[in-house]
Design a protein around this ligand. Structure first.
Ligand code: 8YV
Length: 327
């Protein structure tokens, strides 16, 4: 019997290829000479897709939207490597009975570490200090005094798993922690702000840890940045589209806020020249979860989801829109 097909529309970690190759015919449409022909050839029979944020240079995000899924009448599962799944229209999948899975938990602490590293880098200007030493300037002058983390209030936008892990780190660093989200969470303990602007006015670190997608597009806009104020720092480890990039650039240029640390961008890996030109921002290439052990755990959970589904024992970590057992 021939192996079933699984479609990989974007380049993903090699561990996934290795884990799938024995049991599946992996169709890498991103690597095909004629990508649309590769899709058309399998359209009638395709049951599984594995996807995620592309991992190689030049990799382009491939939205798995209703039209894309519509090409495949027998599609049953879209497995995403990554906790964020704004690249997939999970509601459209749910409407057709297609299951979507993601990789929560296994990357929580790693991503929170990256968020905090980014925060410390911005406040204490650690990358700038490193560049200062390397350039030999230390032989001529001392490094300018930086801002301080002391006495700050950490405002977390989106108190999910990663937001909570960041909040715990904030407490360990002696910060006051507050949060904003769609609703107040039972037992969360930290002060809740129903209104984002009110929270921005009450804190001086805005930590963006909420899911991306249409619902949170440009959530952090010029008004929120103005409320955050001239001592304010924006850290974004979630999705580029949540922060209005033009408004952020203007706020950084005008001194409306103090600085920013960004791991994600609207059109990554393309980063606006205005951000590249500024020294009071720290820019990372979407590395929140990018360690060997965590990427291995993410690949394993993705494979476990696929194999469990194919065996008939159901997905392990379906997303909220496609619960299992089906409701
Ligand atoms: C990775 C991510 O960039 O989990 C997410 O939502 O953005 C990251 O962990 C991605 O999964 C790499 O494929």
């Amino acid at each position: 019997m021939s192996k079933p097909c699984i479609l990989m529309p974007v380049p993903l970690p090699a561990l996934l290829d290795a884990g799938l190759a024995q049991d599946f015919h992996v169709v890498k449409s991103w690597d095909a000479r004629h990508p649309q022909t590769a899709l058309t050839d399998i359209a009638e029979s395709l049951r599984f897709i594995v996807t995620g944020v592309p991992v190689i240079a030049g990799g382009v995000v491939r939205p798995i939207d209703a039209a894309f899924m519509g090409q495949f009448p027998k599609l049953e599962l879209v497995a995403n490597i990554g906790v964020g799944y704004d690249n997939i229209d999970a509601r459209a999948a749910a409407a057709r009975g297609i299951v979507v899975t993601n990789t929560p938990d296994v990357l929580t602490e790693e991503t929170a570490d990256a968020a905090f590293g980014l925060l410390l880098s911005v406040v204490r200007q650690l990358p700038q200090a490193d560049r200062f030493v390397r350039s030999g300037k230390w032989l001529e002058e001392s490094f300018p005094l930086s801002a301080s983390l002391r006495g700050r209030t950490l405002g977390i936008v989106g108190l999910g798993r990663i937001g909570k892990a960041i909040a715990r780190r904030g407490e360990a660093f002696g910060l006051k922690v507050v949060y904003h989200g769609r609703r107040q969470q039972d037992g969360a303990g930290w002060p809740y702000y129903a209104d984002l602007k009110d929270m921005a006015a009450a804190c001086d670190i805005l930590m963006v840890a909420t899911p991306g997608g249409a619902q949170t597009r440009n959530l952090i806009d010029a008004e929120i940045l103005a409320a955050l104020g001239s001592n304010g720092i924006v850290i974004n480890i979630a999705r580029g589209g949540i922060v209005d990039e033009d408004a952020l650039i203007a706020a950084l240029q005008n001194g409306t806020i103090l600085g920013a640390g960004l791991d994600v961008f609207l059109d990554e890996p393309r980063v606006p020249a205005a951000l590249l030109a500024m020294d009071h921002v720290v820019l990372l290439p979407h590395v929140g979860s990018a360690t060997g052990p965590t990427r291995e755990a993410m690949a394993k959970l993705t494979l476990d989801n696929i194999f469990s589904f194919v065996r008939g024992t159901g997905p392990l970590t379906p997303v909220a829109e496609t619960p299992w057992p089906r409701s």
